[in-house]
Design a protein around this ligand. Sequence first.
Ligand code: ATP
Length: 351
Amino acid sequence: MNGAKVELRGLRRNFSGTAALDGLDLTIESGELIALLGPSGCGKTTALRCVAGFEQPDEGTVLVDGKDITRVPANKRDAGMVFQSYSLFPNLNIRDNVAFGLRVRKVPAAKRHARAQELLELIGLPHIGGRFPHQLSGGQQQRVALARALALEPRVLLLDEPLSALDAKVRVSLREEIRRLQLSLGITTIFVTHDQEEALSMADRVAVLRAGRLEQVADPATLYDRPATPFVAEFVGTMNRVPGRIDGNQVAVLGQTLPVDGDLPGTPDVDVLIRPEAVRLTPDAEAEGMVLVSSFRGSTAQLRVQLGDIEVLADVPGHDSVRLAPGTRVRIELVERPVLVSASSGATAAS
Ligand code: ATP
């Protein structure tokens, strides 16, 4: 199968005066898994619903393989969709749930049952065709919803927070499962999530939305290492924002002078964005810094350190959290260049 190319061009959608989409442009390549990521209300679901045909944009177009489908009804579009709630039909057994779309299209019973069985095998649940939704776990129901979405061999798969109702372990295993399936089928997939870890771990590219517009689209590593804006930098991963001062083409921050990648802001006072993993701590009874809190996470621990009137987050190896217990005086050293330097906002934060 060949996934479709999907283009969103200048999508606008207003709801009683509020712009859910405010000129969204985004191209999703054939066979790509793209995650739409952003805070609540930024327009992710509205964008997805415009592709599904459940929502009509006020302005702009949706193109599939170059063809304008903006006004094509949902049931005439070549897309399968999975929602956050499992949304299986409770009175139909699993086989009939999976085959539902085939029945609507009048595919003969024997053929649609064979196809349903094929799909149940694909999702690793070959023996549950005769059961009913209430007899399955949440994770199993969501796999069945995925099988149902794939039954008509759509060229676009639309996933709206499909994992957010599941518990953490199931969520992680289903992430892998969806990704594996998506890669093997080559189906173009748009995945809505507000969970940055989910987006970074599954997607070929992540599109960060803010107030109905595209803030940045990039592969996960680029988004993490080279965010284009402070918004992306602070939304994706954990970030320290500390005050600094431009010094030639470098920046003076936390008692060090570091090189800066990219453009420098025009002002001398700046916010310097630094990842916790770029902060090294050394116990030193004479130092000004002091560990306030330590959150042990297994292989790493995240420490919050007070330094004068600012606080800095540092990731250290998990076993170091013992010698860096709260109350320990520490020296702070930055071992990587800043992720981003921007004009000072006057506030400092670790987020
Ligand atoms: P969330 O992660 O909370 O689901 P989202 O990024 O998916 O958010 P949307 O659901 O697309 O955001 O909503 C964008 C904005 O449009 C929000 O302010 C929302 O309240 C509004 N909105 C969405 N659908 C409707 C609707 N049918 N009627 C009125 N307002 C709506």
